[in-house]
Design a protein. Sequence first.
Length: 350
Amino acid sequence: MKAALLRGPGDIVLEEVPVPEISDNEVLIEVKYCGICGSDLGSYRTRDLIQPGTYLGHEFSGVIAKVGKNLKGWKVGDRVVCNELYECGECYACKRGFTSCCPHAMDHEIGCVPGLEDAGGFAKYVRIPHPEYRLYALPGEVSFEEGTLVEPLACSLHAVRISNFKPRERAMVLGCGMIGLGVITHLKNAGAGLIVATEVIEKRTEMAEKLGADYVFNPQEVSNLKEEVLELTDRVGVDVVFDCSGIPQAFQSAPGFLRPRGQIILIGLLAHEVPIVPLQFNLGEYNLQASFCYYHDEFPMVIELLKRHISPIEEVITSKIKLSDIVKKGFDVLTSSGNNEIKVIVEPDE
Ligand SMILES: [Zn+2]
Ligand SMILES: [Zn+2]
C-alpha cells in the first residue's frame, strides 16, 4: 500500500510500505477517510511542527480489518474513529486524567511523529496499539466523512471545557479554520451571549456565521478591531478569547480584546518565540490558559454531538480527494493563498 510520508517542508511523497502486522493486543483499521489538519499544513510550510520522517494522517475514520486475539468487545467490520495520542498511564498527568499532558503523549502519536515504522491515516491501513483508550465506535448515524471531524472537534471541545467560559458570556474566536469553527459550535451549544470571530477566507466566514458567530471581522480589512469589539461589548471587552489562528500577530493582539480579568485560551500551535509584553497581563489581571489536543474521554462527547446532528458542522468538509492526489489537490491547494477550502478529506485509493 501507499502511505504519505513527510520528507521535509514542501516535500510529501507517497511511499510504498507493507500492510502493518498487528500484535495480539492491537487492531488494524481500514481507513475510509482522513482529514488534512492545520498541523499537517504547518509542517508542510515550515519545520516548526511535525518533523520530517513522519507518516502523516491523524484524523481518520474507518472499519476494523483485524483484531488481536487478546481483545474483547471489537470485531472485524466495526466502524471506528481513533484518538492518536499515547498515554503512559503511569505519570502524574495520566493518573489524574490530564492525558494530553503526558510527557510521552507525542512519543508514539499516530500520524504526527517521525520514526514510527507504520503508516499514519493517509494510507489504506493503520495499526492501532492501545485500542483500550484509542478506539471509539462510530455509530451508524455518523458518516465516515463526519467521523474525520471527531478528532479536531475534540480539540475544540477541550479548549472550551478547560476555559472559564460560562453561559451568556461573550467570547471571541481568532481564526475560523476547523478548530475555530469547532469552538464556535461548542460555544453556541453552551449558550454563548455573544460570539465575535475573525477570519480572512470567505467560505470560512460564511461557515462561522452559519454555526453561530454573531460577527465575523476580516482583520485585514478592519482598521481598528479592538474598537469594534469594545463597541459590541459595552466598552468592556469579551470574557474569553480563543486563539485558534496559529498566527503570532493574532496571539499578540488577544489581550487587547479582553475585559479586566478575562482569559485567553491558546489553541493554535506556535513553535517559535513570539514577543509579548507581560505588563499588559498584570494590568488587566488576565489569565493565559493553553490547550493541547483533548483528554480521551472527550471523544465520546463529540461522537454524541455528531450523532444528534445539532449543528451543520459537517458542512466544513469542502473537498473529498483521493490519496493519489494528496499533494496536488490537498496540501498545495490548502497552502496557496486565495484558496476557499475549509476541510479537505482524503480517501485511500492505492
Ligand atoms: Zn489534527
Ligand atoms: Zn503519562
